[in-house]
Design a protein around this ligand. Structure first.
Ligand SMILES: Nc1ncnc2c1ncn2[C@@H]1O[C@H](COP(=O)(O)OP(=O)(O)OP(=O)(O)O)[C@@H](O)[C@H]1O
Ligand SMILES: [Mg+2]
Length: 1073
């Protein structure tokens, strides 16, 4: 049905054909070749109509990502390349939008990828259905149920590391919006025997290994387990580790998974206790013994494991032991133990495999497969037939193998194999597997699908053993050994064991062994395994038939789990027993291809000019027209009510080819038209834009002009206003000026008036005063005239004396106020009238003397000050008004030791206890060289006894001039600082010093030096030296008399202001600056 929805991916870019219905011709070889070609290109999915064939790639392909799911979401099944998601989406949308219940049947051999396919479907549904807290919780539970179920039901086998050892029917309920609201999982036919034994290289169920490697130490301790699997009989003798499986990691996953699904903490614990007790039970060793009554019995060898089981299951140890040992009389111990431990934990099995080692279980499984195949064929044909009826097309009978006959052989009431088995089990008397086989032979020997060595038709067939029968299944012939059929069909736990389990305190066991409940005493025999299974298969079939089926057929490409390897033999085998070719034939029986008229027309309308580009009439007529124009013979197609049916895919391929050619032409045409349209639109848009732009430009220009005018107007207006304001201002100013002028004139007038008045008053006053003076004179004259003689004699002198006295008084009082400073050097004196000139002079002298006395008195109280005064006095007497530089020295205190000689260590050493110890004067001075007049710096020291000329650096005394030898001192009256010390004229045997002659020094403090020398020599010799100040001097230079002449230096030549001396013959010229 989905085939009709679209045709895109079916033809476009596919490798081989993606829908085998379109294979032409259809042979087995072509079919396999097509699968192979696609497989080589990693295209693992291929359709037969709406059935998906999936070839296990044994490698990860990027087919299951989120983006792929988004791509397939809500797309028609044929729009995209074949994928499980397309089927899942179709089923999901039919369920959601059309309210049709859906079932997806996944079948294939072990390791062909059924479990992976089911996971992909669950993943898809979880992604595309709604979201929300509750919905997500349900989804998570559904998704996580998988790893938990796999832990308990999957095991490593020779064919598959993660082989599902049970059949699974998962029922997911959706609400009207298509959101999952819950699910029920039913499991069928768990391979119980795997717990106790399995083929070499295989493992038991994953949970045992997961628990041992994943549980932490405390959990293992609480379960009384050790992590080494080799310690457990049930796990030994096989492999314990699988490289592709992470037991430890998976244990964590299932633990959290169980929580999410809703197991409580104690329930999880109970499950692990059960698992642990199974391992412990496996380790129980039974030894044979003879009972007292002589019958055979057995005992448990080592009780420690039994106690551990008792502890784990919280059961009565004695009960348990009894229940275990008692049964050993009747059944093989190990088998019973195994069944006990795992049987009720998982319920039933369907495994879609054909076993090598065929027994009762495989018989049951293959029965189930027959049933599934039957409904597959039934549903496919039914669907096809329904479509033909709906479309009003005559049904053509299809030849196909109907396996109903095999199903009948197995399940038919009373005569079917299962019925015969039950009959044999219930029959009183000696019953065994061989009596069962005999019964089969007698009842079924003429059935075409039954074979046995005891049947006539097979007597010579050596491949058939005597203890077996063979069934010709639709998928091939299978040999079944009858050994164990009766026991397994009975499949009963002994009441004692069920009771012991029920009586355990362990909460899980009570629910797992309800039949052990003593109150539920039913004498009715429980149904046999075969009939129980028949009931559940029938129920399952009923369930599936009530739903719209979707099929995924899984194929295993090779037996070695290798990627990129496709073993044609193995694949051919699977294609055969899955009946895939029959499936194709059914699909193609009448018409291989069908499609709604609208869709067909839409795809091929370009093939005729009448239907291209638009066909306005009915779609059916359009399709008719197309087919006529292609000159297709009418026998090749048929017109249904809504669809066109095409017999041979070749026609479709031809049409596709023509379509491709036409499309090329049309593409060019469309391109051409589109380009034209594109350019035209572009032009129109440009034109529209141009209009807008020019309008905007015009607006802009107009606005600019307007703004310019506005600005100019405002400017003119403002100028005018300014001019008017100026006029107004002028007017106002003029008025103000007139007012001011009037004011000024008025003020002037008032001033003139006032002045006139004042003048008049003054004139009047002067006149009055003159009158009064004249009057006084007149009166005086009259009085004088009257008393003339008298006045002259007496009053005249008196008045004159009085006046003189008053004047004197005034003079003295004025003088008192105007007395000058009491400093003796001050020359100021107030002026006075000529009358008191002499008195003033006298008073001045008195005042000066008085202030000098005052001054002296100050020194008398301080001897050093007095001495200094004496020196100053001497200087004054010597130089006052005689030497030009004297006035400068007056204000300058005579310091004496200008170089702090007394602190100098060398001097202290030199002078200690010498006559020159007391220093009067010390300073640097220039000594004039007698030979050439040049000056050399020396240290000039004067003590109380002599003058010393010393090297100022070395402090070596060059000359010592004792005061006794100094006869006189000479200086010029000018500003120079030269001084000549005249020495005594030498006698014949005098010291060299005397013979050298007079000394001339230039000393900055020459006035002080001479004053001090004057006093010191006087003190020492008793007579002062002769001090001469003259503008021409004479000196004795080594016996020669030399004239010292002072000249004024030419200021243009001697600019540096330094005194220069030069000796020429008997003349020494001194140039003063
Ligand atoms: N679509 C796939 N892509 C990649 N690998 C796959 C795919 N399908 C299956 N396989 C690989 O094949 C292995 C077997 O697949 P899976 O367990 O689904 O087989 P099965 O049909 O369920 O077998 P059994 O009947 O034994 O349970 C997977 O473990 C996986 O490695
Ligand atoms: Mg599986």
């Amino acid at each position: 049905m989905a085939l009709h929805k679209g045709t895109l991916a079916m033809f476009d870019n596919s490798v081989g054909v993606s829908d085998v219905v379109l294979l032409y011709p259809v042979t087995e070889d072509d079919f396999i070749k097509n699968l192979q070609t696609r497989f080589e290109h990693d295209l693992i999915y291929t359709y037969i109509g709406n059935v998906v064939i999936s070839v296990n790639p044994y490698k990860q392909l990027p087919l299951y990502t989120h983006s792929v799911i988004e791509e397939y979401r809500s797309r028609n099944i044929y729009e995209l390349p074949p994928h499980i998601y397309a089927i899942a989406d179709d089923a999901y949308r039919s369920m959601r939008d059309r309210n049709l219940d859906q079932c997806i049947i996944i079948s294939g051999e072990s390791g062909s990828g059924k479990t992976e396919a089911s996971k992909a479907i669950m993943q898809y549904v979880a992604e595309v259905s709604g979201k929300g807290q509750e919905i997500d919780r349900v989804k998570e539970q559904l998704l996580l149920s998988n790893p938990v179920l796999e832990a308990f039901g999957n095991a490593k086998t020779a064919k598959n590391d993660n082989s599902s050892r049970f059949g699974k029917y998962m029922d997911i309920e959706f609400d009207y919006k298509g959101d999952p609201i819950g699910g029920v999982i039913t499991n069928y036919l768990l391979e119980k025997s795997r717990v106790a034994s399995r083929n070499p290289g295989e493992r038991s169920f994953h949970i045992f290994y997961q628990l041992l490697s994943g549980a932490d130490k405390s959990l293992l301790e609480s379960l009384m387990l050790t992590p080494d699997p080799e310690k457990y009989t049930f796990l030994r003798n096989g492999c314990t580790e699988v490289s592709s499986i992470d037991d430890k990691g998976n244990f964590e996953k299932i633990r959290s998974g169980m929580q999410v699904i809703g197991f409580s903490e104690t329930e999880v614990e109970s499950v692990f206790q059960l698992v642990a007790s199974i391992l412990k039970l496996g380790n129980l060793q039974l030894v044979a013994k003879s009972n007292e009554d002589g019958t055979d019995g057995c005992d448990i060898e080592d009780h420690s494991e039994l106690y551990a089981v008792g502890e784990l299951l919280s059961c009565d140890m004695e009960d348990l032991e009894k229940s275990l040992t008692k049964r050993t009389v009747e059944v093989k111990t190990e088998t019973v133990t195994t069944d006990l431990s795992s049987g009720e934990l998982f319920f039933f099995i369907i495994v879609y495999i054909v076993f090598q080692n065929n027994s009762f279980e495989q018989f049951i499984i293959n029965y189930c497969n027959e049933k599934l195949q039957q409904i597959f064929i039934e549903l496919t044909l039914k669907e096809e037939q329904e479509e033909y009826i709906k479309e009003g097309i005559e049904w053509i009978q299809v030849e196909y193998f109907n396996n109903a006959v095999i199903c009948d052989l197995i399940e038919k009431n009373n005569t079917g194999i299962l019925a015969l088995l039950d009959e044999e089990c219930l029959r009183p008397g000696d019953v065994s597997d061989s009596t069962f086989l005999k019964k089969l032979d007698s009842k079924c020997h003429d059935h075409p699908h039954y074979e046995s060595r005891n049947c006539k038709k097979n007597q010579s067939d050596k491949t058939l053993p005597y203890d077996a029968f063979r069934l010709k299944h639709y998928a091939g012939n299978v040999l079944y050994k009858v050994d164990g059929f009766i026991d397994k069909n009975n499949d009963l736990l002994f009441r004692g064991l069920s009771k012991a389990m029920y009586n355990c305190e362990h909460p899980l066991l009570k629910t797992l062994f309800p039949e052990g409940n003593p109150r539920q005493k039913s004498l009715k025999r429980p149904a046999t395994a075969g009939s129980q299974f028949k009931v559940s298969v029938t129920e399952l079939m009923k369930n599936l038939l009530s739903k719209n089926p979707n099929y995924i057929r899984c194929i295993k490409p090779n037996d070695d789990k290798k990627p990129d390897v496709l073993d044609v033999k193995i694949v051919t085998h699977q294609v055969r027993y899955l009946g895939l070719l029959e499936n194709v034939w059914v699909r193609r029986a009448g018409y291989a291809f069908r499609q709604p008229y609208e869709v067909f027309l839409a795809r091929y309308k370009m093939l005729t000019p009448m239907t291209w580009p638009v066909w306005r009439d009915e779609a059916r007529q359009g399709v008719q027209l197309i087919l006529q124009m292609q000159s297709v013979p009418p026998s090749e197609y048929a017109f249904g009510n809504t669809k066109i049916f095409i017999k041979n895919p070749k026609l479709l391929f031809d049409m596709e080819e023509k379509r491709r050619e036409k499309m090329h032409y049309l593409a060019t045409l469309i391109q051409k038209v589109w380009r034209g349209w594109h350019q035209k639109t572009k032009y129109k848009r440009m034109r529209a834009s141009q209009v807008v732009i020019s309008a905007q430009l015009r607006m802009y220009l107009a606005r600019k002009l307007y703004l310019k005018k506005k600005v100019s107007t405002v400017k003119i207006q403002s100028y005018l206003r300014r001019w008017m304001a100026q006029q107004l201002l002028k007017e106002l100013k003029r008025k103000a000026l007139v007012l001011w002028a009037v004011g000024v004139i008025h003020k002037n007038f008032l001033g003139w008036q006032a002045r006139m008045k004042v003048k008049q008053i003054r004139t009047e006053r002067r006149r009055d005063w003159a009158v009064s003076v004249i009057h006084k004179y007149f009166v005086g004259w009259q009085v004088r005239k009257q008393y003339h003689n008298q006045f002259r004699r007496v009053a005249g002198p008196k008045v004159a004396r009085f006046f003189v006295l008053a004047l004197k008084k005034k003079f003295l009082l004025d003088l008192k106020d105007k007395l000058p400073s009491i400093s003796p050097v001050c020359n100021d004196w107030p002026k006075c009238s000529g009358r008191f000139k002499n008195a003033s002079e006298e008073l001045r002298k008195i005042y000066h003397r008085w202030r000098c006395r005052k001054y002296r008195q100050r020194f008398d109280s301080n001897p050093s000050a007095a001495f200094k005064m004496k020196e100053k006095q001497a200087a004054s007497e010597l130089f006052k008004s005689r030497k030009d530089i004297y006035p400068h020295s007056v204000g300058h205190p005579f310091k004496g030791d200008y170089i702090d000689l007394k602190l100098n260590h060398k001097w202290q050493k030199l002078s200690k206890n010498s006559v020159d110890e007391d220093v009067v004067f010390a300073d640097l001075a220039m000594k004039v060289n007698r030979a050439n007049g040049k000056m050399v710096q020396f240290l000039l020291v004067m003590s109380t006894e002599s003058i010393l000329v010393m090297e100022h650096r070395t402090m070596i005394i060059k000359y010592r001039i004792p005061f006794e030898q100094i006869t006189g001192i000479a200086l010029s009256p000018y500003t120079d600082k030269l001084v000549v010390f005249h020495l005594q004229k030498p006698k014949e045997n005098d010291a060299i010093l005397c013979r050298k002659g007079d000394f001339i020094f230039s000393c900055a403090h020459v006035v002080e030096l001479v004053a001090k020398a004057y006093l010191a020599i006087q003190n020492h010799v008793g007579k002062p030296p002769d001090v001469k100040i003259a503008n021409q001097l004479q000196a004795d230079f080594k016996g020669h008399n030399v004239d010292i002449i002072f000249r004024k230096a030419d200021p243009n030549v001697q600019k540096d202001g330094i005194l220069r001396l030069s000796r020429k013959g008997n003349k020494l010229d001194v140039f003063e600056p």
